[in-house]
Design a protein around this ligand. Structure first.
Ligand SMILES: Nc1ncnc2c1ncn2[C@@H]1O[C@H](COP(=O)(O)OP(=O)(O)OP(=O)(O)O)[C@@H](O)[C@H]1O
Length: 621
């Protein structure tokens, strides 16, 4: 198996399972079967045109001694017509192939993106995100290139290779054995040198991948490099990598470069030998001059399809390896959702809740029960019942967690890094499901609630704000796609973001780029709060930012957060003392276990872990 490395990952040059990958790939081509059938016909016409046109040299030359000019001209016309048809077919199939390739690539991209949207969070947590990105970019590009340039050419070369041999046998069977022997040696040499060059090419790609990864890391981490004076050490590492890359590239290229001249030289020897023996046969009257002329042209061209077939074959194989990676991603089980309880608008009629299509602003869970649909008012009461969870079966992260957040309560999780705070919040909105125990939302097991509706009722403000390319208004509207401008502005006001937005050159229409790079960290957080505010959910998960922000912005954020938290059930991964102090319940976690819980005053009075943490005397570990 040949591998190349891209960035720091291992990339296959050939598919593991060629048959299966080809089957799936052909099924994509099959979606445009008439187009590819037409391309196939044109490829065959083009290949046959080249073969027959060359064959026509025989009658033309044989007719010259007869001096039958009209007949000679007829033969020349026929030959020209055959070549012209071949050229027209080649032009036709290259044009259609460009269209076919883009259709196939468009379908593959569509399916991959659709599938990626449905991946469970665990896929993004466990795989480097560059891997999926390289499927979308490099692999799709390789497939597109192979379809555009290599796929048809490979088939054409195959037809020409077989056709050439057949015609050579027809023209002169005895001479052809010499050609077959040369073909055989050429083929052996091509195999040997391409095998060797692939081996070194793989080393070269490995070195290149390492070097690219290093450059990327150093460029993105320039500040750290400068702070710790690592320039010299980096230069040394880089020089070593650069030297290794030079060595492996040199060997790979030397093998690859030797292939064509060697094959061409062999074909010259072949040509010379066949010319001499053929000439002798003509003189002996065991062959005619036309056959020999046509034959020699075929022999001259013989090396070309072999070369093309091997070179294009390698490109097609590496494209199929890319396709296999894409298909592997596509075959990942999408996030399963067996939840049936949905969030619906309700209104009160004769003291009873009834479901309504109107936007009443009042919500309830429509929970299917044996005796019909039960409407459970949406309140935001969340309870964890003896929850155990591990990301893998081998290692449990949470052990017997019990927490009850009554509607409107503020729960703060504190604890050392790795204690399991984020993991608990990941379970509440079902990025992952509990292994043992359960989580209920308004009394309904979250596994019975449709994920979209569950997540719609829980907003998250993460440390990592993630803003998208688009206007500030669009970024706020991300929280609720049908929010009006007025709702977005109201949310920004509530989040304390309105004043800084209005100071931007284009206000709410200012375009944000690259994850809001044109904003400060504090402004990005204010926007994230506004985005959560526009969703107006009963439950909120806050992962407080640890990065230091100036005191004025910090105050703005605190105020924004307080407004946002008002009237909602809030789970906070708390880093600020003020948040912890104001919480109704503080949960102290250590190694996935609750070690203390209570209000700030209770826990301080207890003089336990929290007190030590609070007074900075002790760090949980
Ligand atoms: N996707 C994951 N796959 C496997 N293990 C994970 C994953 N995410 C977190 N963990 C592990 O789970 C444990 C708890 O992590 P978690 O992120 O919940 O801690 P935390 O208390 O939120 O820490 P921090 O304050 O640093 O964010 C850690 O040991 C961590 O290594």
């Amino acid at each position: 198996m040949i591998y190349i490395f891209r960035r720091n990952e291992v990339i296959r040059m050939r598919p593991h399972d060629l048959r299966e990958t080809l089957k799936k790939f052909l099924s994509y081509m099959g979606n445009h079967r008439f187009l590819f059938l037409l391309i196939g016909i044109l490829v065959a016409i083009s290949a046959l045109g080249n073969l027959l046109g060359t064959y026509m040299i025989r009658p033309v030359i044989n007719e010259i001694p007869t001096r039958n000019i009209p007949q000679i001209l007829r033969s020349i016309r026929t030959m020209a017509l055959i070549f012209a048809i071949g050229v027209a077919a080649a032009f036709g199939y290259t044009q259609l192939m460009a269209l076919g390739a883009q259709k196939v690539v468009q379908d593959i991209r569509r399916d991959l993106f659709r599938q990626a949207q449905r991946f469970p969070v665990s896929v993004f947590d466990t795989r480097p995100h560059g891997e999926l990105m390289s499927c979308f970019t490099n692999d799709v590009d390789t497939i597109s290139d192979a379809l555009n340039n290599s796929f048809a050419m490979m088939i054409q070369s195959l037809i020409q290779m077989i056709g050439t041999l057949v015609i050579l046998f027809i023209l002169n069977a005895r001479l052809t054995w010499i050609v077959v022997i040369f073909y055989f040696f050429m083929f052996l040499y091509i195999r040997y040198s391409s095998h060797k060059s692939k081996q070194y090419f793989s080393d070269q790609q490995h070195e290149l991948g390492r070097m690219n990864g290093f450059i990327e890391e150093m460029m993105t981490g320039q500040k750290v490099v400068k702070v710790f004076n690592h320039e010299k050490a980096n230069q040394k590492t880089f020089d070593t990598m650069n030297r290794h890359l030079k060595q492996s590239s040199r060997t790979a290229v030397s093998y690859a470069q030797s292939m064509i001249p060697m094959v061409v030289s062999l074909s010259y020897v072949n040509y010379a030998l066949v010319s001499v023996i053929g000439g002798y046969m003509v003189l002996n009257h065991t062959s005619d001059i036309g056959s020999l002329a046509s034959y020699l042209v075929f022999v001259r061209q013989a090396a070309m399809p072999i070369n093309q077939f091997t070179q294009q074959g390698t490109i097609v194989l590496s494209a199929l390896a890319g396709a296999e990676r894409i298909f592997e991603y596509m075959s990942i089980e999408p996030e399963v959702d067996s939840g049936q309880a949905t969030l619906v608008n309700v209104k009160e009629e004769n003291g009873k809740l009834v479901q309504t299509p109107e936007h009443t602003g009042k919500w309830a869970w429509a929970h299917p029960r044996e005796n019909g649909l039960e409407l459970v008012p949406l309140r935001g009461d969340v309870q964890l019942h003896d929850v155990y969870f591990g990301y893998t079966k081998k290692q449990m992260i949470l052990h017997g967690i019990n927490v009850h957040a009554h509607a409107g309560e503020k729960i703060a999780f504190v604890g050392a890094t790795g204690a399991g705070k984020t993991t608990i919040t990941n379970l509440i909105n079902r990025f992952y499901d509990v292994d043992q125990g359960s989580i209920t939302y308004d009394g309904i097991d979250v596994r019975l609630i449709k994920k979209d509706d569950l997540r719609r009722s829980i907003a998250m403000v993460l440390q990592d704000t993630h803003l998208f390319t688009g206007t500030i208004m669009e970024n706020i509207r991300y929280g609720k796609l049908d929010a009006t401008d007025a709702e977005c502005i109201a949310a920004a006001k509530l989040a304390n973001a309105d004043s800084f937005i209005r100071r931007m050159p284009k206000g709410y229409q200012t375009i944000l780029k690259s994850d809001g790079a044109n904003l400060s960290a504090g402004q990005r957080q204010l926007l994230a709060i506004a985005r959560a505010a526009v969703a107006d959910p009963p439950v909120l998960i806050l992962d407080e930012a640890t990065s230091s922000i100036d005191t004025r912005t910090e105050k703005l954020i605190e105020k924004g957060m307080n407004h946002l938290m008002n009237g909602r059930t809030v789970f906070t991964i708390a880093h600020r003392l003020s948040t912890v102090r104001n919480a109704d319940l503080i949960i102290v976690l250590d190694h996935g276990r609750i070690v203390e819980q209570g209000s700030h005053e209770e826990l301080v009075a207890k003089d336990g872990v929290y007190h030590k943490l609070y007074t900075g005397m002790f760090e949980l570990s």
